[in-house]
Design a protein around this ligand. Structure first.
Ligand code: ASP
Ligand code: MG
Length: 408
């Protein structure tokens, strides 16, 4: 007998008909003898509606109360599924975050799970109950409801799987698995059968929306095998697991495109010790995450400095940069560009294969695409290009690294 955590996303619980289908799917595995913990998202669109409602009520809704409000989306679906399962004669029980023992820190809206008190869940499972846990929520040490950030039900599922030492955490969603790139951009994208945590983490960070970033970090840390699959068919999806030896033979596993960054450039910055600290310390104080940084030294004791931040942080970052530029005498040479895209190639094979960067740059050159900024990690190369070339770049790179689906 295995223990499975099965997470169903918003489109899989979009209405009662869909929730009935979830019930059927859960029962199939349960009747086969496995123990099941189901983790649910809110119905598709509900969390967005709740946020709009709060914003209608107040321009700056109180954060504690916003968490109380947002948690209701998952409370609804968990209760409805439990009602359906019970009406079919099964032993089932809905559990809200606090009832499932999910303890978080006190950051409203983006709380981190710090511990899961598993006793109650374990006892219920021993008694062959189907547990239906409301995703995305927990409680903090003050006894208040918290939420885990958008897409947080993934993290609830993985954290519960880790705490209960489940055999697998299945993420049921509206796509067949993780793809080599976004199929909406590139029709030749194909489903990946197996991918390492590390690659999946890079892909999630770089804009693949299938899994919440934190859930992948959790899975990696606690070695939870993830199976990302469709809730609308029985096909095998993508297994996200520890790196295996043959994974390194694939040089590039995926291509991503992130349109969510903006670039700020300060030209003719004095080339002196302490200047970078002057620019980046106030950004850090405002909790603005800087992604790429590039510095070019000019002849004559000056440098050009460019960096990227998320579009959300752009206005704040630009205002801070303006103030700093004034202070260091680079005021009139501050520029910004919001129309950029970050295209990246990701693959464990880069650790042992050379020439990946050269292939990437040549591919972009062949399409006449100018590269503005470059950054790399051990298993990733990213280039900032003009946003209007993003789709072209993704398709060209997908072909260049041999990822195109053959039967098309
Ligand atoms: N309902 C939440 C959201 O829309 C959490 C989730 O679906 O994972 O972000
Ligand atoms: Mg999601």
């Amino acid at each position: 007998m295995a223990l499975r955590v099965q997470k169903f996303g918003g489109t899989s619980v979009a209405d009662i008909t869909h929730i009935r289908n979830v019930a059927k799917r859960v029962i199939e595995t349960y009747d086969g003898g496995d123990n099941i913990v189901v983790v649910l998202s809110a119905m598709a669109g509900v969390t967005n509606n709740l946020i709009s409602m709060a914003k209608e009520a107040s321009k700056a809704p109180d954060k504690r109360e916003l968490d109380v409000l947002l948690a209701t989306g998952e409370q609804t679906t968990a209760a409805v599924l439990a009602i359906i399962l019970k009406s079919m004669g099964y032993k089932a029980i809905s559990l809200l975050g606090f009832q499932a023992g999910i303890l978080t820190d006190t950051t409203p809206g983006k709380a981190r799970i710090v511990d899961i008190e598993t006793k109650r869940m374990e006892k219920l499972l021993e008694d062959r109950h189907i547990l239906v846990v409301a995703g995305f929520q927990g409680h903090n040490t003050h006894g208040d409801i918290t939420t885990l950030g958008r897409g947080g039900s993934d993290t609830t599922a993985v954290a519960i799987a880790a705490a209960l030492k489940a055999d697998v955490c299945e993420i049921f969603t509206d796509v067949d698995g993780v793809y080599t790139t976004d199929p909406r951009i590139c029709s030749k994208a194909k489903k990946i059968d197996m991918i390492s945590y590390e690659e999946m983490l890079e892909m999630a960070i770089l804009g693949a929306k299938v899994l919440q970033i934190r859930s992948v970090e959790f899975a990696k840390k606690y070695n939870v095998p993830l199976h990302v699959r469709s809730s609308f068919n029985k096909e095998e999806g993508t297994m996200v697991i520890n790196e295996t030896e043959d994974m390194e033979s694939v040089v590039v596993a995926g291509v991503t495109c992130d349109m969510n960054e903006a670039r700020i450039t300060l030209k003719r910055v004095p080339d002196q010790p302490g200047i970078s600290a002057k620019i980046f310390t106030p950004l850090a104080k405002e909790k603005i995450t800087v992604d790429m940084i590039i510095q070019n030294t000019r002849v004559g004791g000056e440098t050009d400095l460019s960096f990227t931040v998320t579009k959300n942080d752009f206005e704040k970052a630009f205002a801070i940069s303006k103030a700093v530029a004034k202070e260091i005498g680079a005021e009139d040479v501050l520029t910004a560009d919001e129309e950029i895209a970050k295209v990246s190639v990701i693959g464990l094979g880069m650790k042992s294969h050379s020439g990946v960067a050269a292939t990437m740059f040549q591919t972009l050159a062949d399409e006449n695409i100018n590269i503005r900024l470059i950054s790399t990690s051990e298993i990733r190369i990213s280039c900032i290009i003009k946003a209007k070339y993003a789709e072209l770049a993704v398709r060209a790179l997908h072909t260049a690294f041999g990822l195109d689906k053959k039967d098309q």
